[in-house]
Design a protein. Structure first.
Length: 141
């Protein structure tokens, strides 16, 4: 347990998940998302999850050009197909109140693909996890 002035970090977990284009699953194009989840306890007793995302693409230097390859790469980002309804700061992560609902969302977000597949029916785990990230983005506190 780490202590910061008025905030305690109760847990700190990082998991990297590989995403592919939700509509064109090519193994050669991917986006690895490092998902970091910190459970924070504030001095006033409130509990929050601080969730941050860091992206690594299969091709580096995407910012340096505007080719069609760039768009193809960025389509591997889990937020790409919802970019018309999200803000750029949502891409970095979110702070949400910790409660029974967010506990379950975070639990499923951090599951291995094989375990997640056991609970989600016929939805592809990459798409399901992207939807979890999207839902959490709108629960910001």
């Amino acid at each position: 347990m780490t202590y910061h002035s008025t905030t305690q970090i109760m847990s700190d977990v990082t998991k990297t998940v590989r995403f592919h284009d939700l509509f064109d699953n090519q193994d050669s194009n991917w986006c690895d998302v490092a998902i970091n989840v910190k459970h924070l306890l504030y001095q006033n007793g409130n509990n929050f999850y601080d969730i941050t995302y860091t992206y690594t693409y299969s091709v580096t230097g995407l910012e340096d050009s505007n080719s069609d390859d760039d768009d193809e790469m960025y389509r591997t980002n889990p937020f790409y197909y919802k970019n018309s309804i999200i803000t750029s700061d949502m891409l970095d992560g979110v702070i949400v109140a910790k409660n029974s609902l967010t506990d379950e969302l975070v639990k499923y977000l951090l599951m291995d693909n094989e375990e997640l597949d056991q609970y989600i029916g016929n939805t592809w785990c990459v798409q399901y996890r992207a939807n979890l990230m999207f839902m959490l983005a709108f629960m910001w506190d």
